[in-house]
Design a protein around this ligand. Sequence first.
Ligand code: TNX
Length: 524
Amino acid sequence: MNKLYLTVVTIAIGLFSCQSDRATGPTDLAKNSIIPKPVSVTSTGGTFKLTAKSDIIVMPGSPEEVAGIGNFLAGKLNPSTGLGLGVITDGGKPGKGDIQFAISDTDPGLGEEGYELIITEKLITLTAVKPAGLFRGIQTIRQLLPPEIESDTVQPGPWIIPTGTIRDWPEYGHRGEMLDVVRHFFGPEDVKRFIDHLALYKMNVLHLHLSDDQGWRIEIKSWPNLTAHGGKTEVGGGEGGFFTQEEYSDIVQYAAERYITIIPEIDMPGHTNAALSSYPELNPDGKAKEPYTGINVGFSSLDTRSEITYKFVDDVVREIAALTPGQYFHIGGDESHSTKIDDYIYFVNRVQDIVESHGKSVTGWDEIAHATLKPDAVVQYWARAANAVMGINQGAKVLMSPCKYAYTDMKYDSTTVLGLSWAAYIEVDDAYNWDPATLVPEIGRENIVGVQAPLWAETISTFREAEFLIFPRLPGYAEIGWTPAGMRSWDEYRVRLAAHGKRIETLGIGFYRSPLVEWDQPGV
Ligand code: TNX
């Protein structure tokens, strides 16, 4: 009897101490597992708790969009906490448990996307120079809360954050991913989900690869057959698909609400079989090409010496540019193996003028550096460093997407079923362990605008499959773009990444459980 009593008491104490541990929560802000790693963190050893009294307070006089950022945060916190945080914009004083947003230019060092988060036992104050900084800052708040915060059903909590100060801003202005919606089509809902993933990790660009040999994915009103015919194919013979202009604009808007810029790509003069099969007049012999559903590259080319080609390009660029608020239009330019080099240069030079005439700056794959680049051109380095260097020598900037490190369509290792392997196997450590500013000796920090990881879609036909290749490499690319190289190390990163397993899983993402990461350890 006595023994039983003792056992019950022991279990009760055990349970109680566990519970009280949970109720106290983590108290050292410095032991966070935020990705990308913040620039500076100081801990003050206390705790802040979200309660049923918590609200999000927007300082009066803030730009209107700040209330939208408040709504975004409330929309993330309310389903899982059930605490019903409201967004207060009427000048109400912040009380215990509130999160306050402030826009202030007293700390210009934070820049366009930086933020400061001051967490006391009473209040969280998030300050930024620009609304984009507040948006990046609320991703830090999400990540400081337990992974269950990402659930869409009410979870027990408690919702505790350690106190202290975080000051944080990105190393590079361009941090993004590319999504190939051509080789297999991914619809607006998939693209939005991808945008959500970018947002959580503070990325700010989504490059959409919208045309290729296997399909044309955006409605062009002046050339309707591009989608009526060219939109109906994809790799392997599936039904394809395309975005109407309304759907594209809706994606642009959805991204903008997350402070993410869309860069549209129309790949040319190669990778154009879908256009050539949709319009006979684009072909030198006046005959439409057969649709193509294989995965070879380099066989197609627009007719660079025909005026109708430039009428076509002008219409396409004009219609897409009008729907795209971002500065850049991507003209592709890769693997034009069936275009003579002189024709290629002539074409890229003319297309640059077209892009400029529609108010956009040119970006393209590294081959475009063979042409005479405009001063504001950005060369996307993927394959040949010599091309990127040629771009630099013309005064262009470089976007780093080295295929051996940043190609999200590469297999993780020889046993991965999805993905290709022509560039490399890219395990999670390989994806993380490189520094854009030292990778190629001739490409220095001052030449680089940022980092972009492309996801080509030859081998993936569902978004679940896409997510398997994206995660867990995406957080690493996000950190390479955000966190100064001197603050990064794989051994420290892999522990933080382990703590994201549960978070990614709670978001419903089936990710690659790399053996290099101890996923089931409780994160810090
Ligand atoms: C090369 S990367 C390509 C794409 C393919 C990719 C597959 C680049 C600019 N061109 O057309 O989809 O390899 O990994």
